[in-house]
Design a protein around this ligand. Structure first.
Ligand code: NI
Length: 134
């Protein structure tokens, strides 16, 4: 059985490799390599897989899941510049893929090991990444 909590956050980023020319960065990363950064309204879905607790009828108390996501993901990344403010992205391009993986790794430590965790992160209506530990 799986249940999901959806949260949103807004962050700025820039995709680039400093050893590449401006032209190559533009070719590879497009507008996301604009030097002065830009923002996205990220939509995060965290899916938790586990057995239904016979006493509560829950896989996980979604209030508790919300608290963990807010405390460790939203507080950390919302209204931040991912490149400049967040040590998690030092030397790592904050692509949707890498942000999803960073979020999964944080949640894996914070949630009971008995749960399976899947993270889906949408950068726009059209682009999203999914990570479940592999
Ligand atoms: Ni972007």
């Amino acid at each position: 059985m799986k249940v999901c909590r959806r949260e949103t956050f807004n962050s700025a980023h820039r995709l680039f490799r400093k050893e590449w020319s401006d032209e190559k960065n533009r070719d590879v990363f497009g507008k996301c390599s604009n030097p002065n950064y830009h923002g996205h309204n990220y939509v995060l879905e965290v899916w938790i897989e586990g057995a239904i607790d016979p006493e509560t009828g829950f896989v996980i108390d979604l209030k508790e899941l919300k608290s963990v996501i807010v405390a460790h993901i939203i507080e950390r990344f919302d209204h931040r510049n991912l490149n400049l403010d967040c040590i998690e992205f030092e030397g790592i391009n904050p692509t949707t893929e890498n942000i999803a993986r960073v979020i999964w790794n944080i949640l894996r430590v914070k949630l009971d090991p008995k749960f399976g965790i899947e993270v889906q992160l949408s950068e726009t209506d059209k682009n999203k990444a999914y990570y479940a530990g592999v």
